[in-house]
Design a protein around this ligand. Structure first.
Ligand SMILES: NC(=O)CC[C@H](N)C(=O)O
Length: 226
């Protein structure tokens, strides 16, 4: 399986994402600069965290104007897995690929620590390797991770099982309903604030993020390799 890690001016989790795929997962991966116009050679798209365009205007707003985003939309429409982590999640909401928005953290502070995350839905291509209700340890590092959407959208997210991860116990940022990660209705676009790519080796304090990447590869192998 071949992954693209998108790189915008100000991305800073692209190297961690690349490392997770290449060294921990053992799959193919390439960096793709934000002005790329063709992602057809890739099977999965990873939108990493960071401070794209210095978070100017709103986190992710400038990155959403990049050439590559039209191509990311085509990939999503084609059913390819698209994962946005942290700033990547913010970019995907700006792009309209995921509903809602990420607001300033309730305490108005940037927070960087490992939190507990509950797997609410393990019936997605991103979470099949987890147990339902499993609590995992994944780092967060954000200033604007406070998920918000209107009541109608929230009802849809619940009705379609689109809430994939919630903060277990302590909600660090004030997110509505403790939401930490959601998928689109079709289930092939996931956005999450915590960083699974920073939890892929016990030496880093946790390897709980690895199962997310393994889930993606398993689903791809099952549908593409006979
Ligand atoms: N680590 C990140 O991706 C941070 C995202 C964004 N710059 C924020 O502070 O919310």
């Amino acid at each position: 399986m071949k992954f693209a890690v998108l790189v915008f001016p100000g991305s800073n989790c692209d190297i961690d994402m690349y490392h997770a795929i290449k060294d921990e997962l053992g799959e193919e991966v390439e960096y793709v600069w934000h002005d790329a116009t063709d992602l057809s050679e890739f099977d999965g798209i990873l939108v990493p965290g960071g401070f794209s365009y210095g978070d100017y205007l709103r986190c992710g707003a400038m990155a959403n104007q990049s050439n590559v985003m039209a191509e990311v939309k085509r990939c999503a429409e084609a059913g390819k897995p698209v994962l946005g982590v942290c700033n990547g999640f913010q970019i995907l909401t700006e792009a309209g690929l995921l509903p809602g928005a990420l607001l300033r953290n309730k305490n108005l502070k940037f927070m960087c620590r490992t939190i507990q995350l509950k797997v609410e839905n393990n019936n997605t291509l991103f979470t099949s390797q987890y147990e339902a209700g499993e609590v995992i340890h994944i780092p967060i590092a954000h200033g604007e991770g406070n998920y918000f959407c209107d009541e109608e959208t929230l009802a849809q997210l619940k009705a379609n099982n689109q809430i994939v991860f919630t903060y277990a116990g302590d909600n660090p940022n004030g997110s509505m309903e403790d939401i930490a990660g959601i998928v689109n209705e079709r289930g092939n676009v996931l956005g999450m604030m915590p960083h699974p790519e920073r939890a892929v080796d016990a030496l880093l304090g946790s390897n709980d993020g690895l199962k997310l990447f393994k889930s993606i590869v398993k689903q791809w192998r099952e549908s593409h390799v006979s």
